[in-house]
Write a protein that binds this ligand. Structure first.
Ligand code: FAD
Length: 323
């Protein structure tokens, strides 16, 4: 039986991740279809002011766990605080972003609550008063509908897969008592790359593979900049040391769902497709007309990256100048 939808939010330095707004917007629709309310949980230090913003994305009540002990994410502390709120409000559905942090927290909560968990979902549906979650499997080859037996149903939503919708509402903000409990984990340091567009949140990704031939990704960076996007890479490019692991797309890298994914000099191995096949539009540039990536692409250009990509960049710039 559903008693409410709870969205566990994620913020970095007080700014909510895009997937938080996506989860709230989807959660609002889900709650409306289930005929229940929607709550949000914000954990951090000095986050109460930002919490007020979430009402505009559908939250009826925003619970804030605002405490210096939550300044940096650690699994034990966040799971303890979230667990306490879940016990208090007993939601039937919990939504969380399928980010590195969200996946870890979702798994811990699932184990602790003996609750079913659907990871990396791209759509939700309400049928007969119950929630069904859809997720890609087998490297994006199939989409499966998952019925979750038990409560609360924990659903981790893939970043960039769901639409953000603002609402008229202004949710009330409630402070909760914070008890981080005992923890075996100690925060040491974090390194933030604040100038880069986060790959999982980018609308446009221009990725390069072994076909780049070297670590000089200037042509891809220029196209990404013209399109306001980010640069990604295949594992081969990362293994060569041409790009950092944070840029890797695929089974052992990041799962991305941008509006536009441009694969340059990437053959289209299943492990790469696992990370980008839910992109809305896929363009492939490859000099081998038989490269498997063309089977997945909406648009394919057979040609050399170093001729094709600069030509696209020029065309984009020209188009922008005319607009
Ligand atoms: P290649 O397969 O070597 O393809 C290079 C392509 O570039 C070719 O199609 C070629 O025609 C083209 N090309 C060459 N020169 C040019 C040019 N000048 N212009 C245009 N085209 C050109 N891979 C990932 O990407 N992400 C993962 O997360 C990942 N995880 C893995 C996990 C496991 C357990 C395993 C076993 C493998 C994983 N891989 C992953 C590796 C994967 O199997 C492939 O080896 C890898 O994706 C290939 O990278 P690539 O397409 O860049 O290179």
């Amino acid at each position: 039986m559903t008693t409410g939808v709870l969205v566990i939010t994620e913020q970095i330095e007080g700014a909510f991740r895009k997937v938080t707004y996506e989860a709230l917007s989807e959660g609002k629709q889900t709650a409306a279809a289930l005929g229940c309310g929607i709550d949000a949980l914000v954990m951090g230090d000095g986050v109460t002011a930002a919490a007020g913003l979430l009402g505009a994305y559908g939250a009826d009540t925003v619970w804030t766990a605002d405490d210096p002990a939550l300044k940096e994410y650690t699994l034990d502390a966040y799971a303890n605080v979230a667990g306490d709120l879940i016990q208090k409000i007993a939601p039937g559905v919990i939504l969380i972003g399928a980010t590195a942090q969200g996946k870890e927290l979702a798994a811990r909560l699932s184990a602790r609550l003996s609750a079913p968990l659907a990871m990396d979902c791209v759509a939700l549906r309400v049928e007969g008063g119950d929630v069904t979650a859809t997720r890609p499997m087998y490297g994006g080859k199939v989409l499966v509908d998952l019925a979750l037996a038990g409560s609360p149903k924990i659903i981790a939503v893939r970043p960039n897969a769901m639409a953000i919708r603002k609402t008229e509402g202004a949710g009330k903000v409630e402070k909760i008592a914070v008890n981080v409990g005992a923890s075996a984990i100690r925060f040491i340091e974090k390194q933030l790359e604040t100038e880069k567009v986060e790959l999982t949140e980018a609308d446009v990704i221009v990725s390069g593979g072994r076909g780049m031939g070297s670590g000089d990704f200037t042509v891809l960076e220029a196209l990404a900049e013209a399109l306001g996007g980010a640069v990604g890479a295949s594992r081969s490019a990362v293994d060569e040391g041409w790009r950092p692991h944070a840029d890797q797309v695929g089974q052992t890298g990041k799962v991305v769902s941008p509006n536009l994914y441009i694969a340059c000099g990437i053959s289209g191995a299943i492990q790469h497709l696992a990370g980008m096949s839910s992109s809305k539009v896929i363009v492939a540039v490859n000099k081998d007309a038989d490269a498997p990536i063309f089977a997945k692409a909406d648009y394919g250009i057979v040609g050399d990256i170093f001729e094709v990509v600069p030509a696209i960049t020029e065309a984009v710039k020209k188009r922008k100048a005319q607009a």
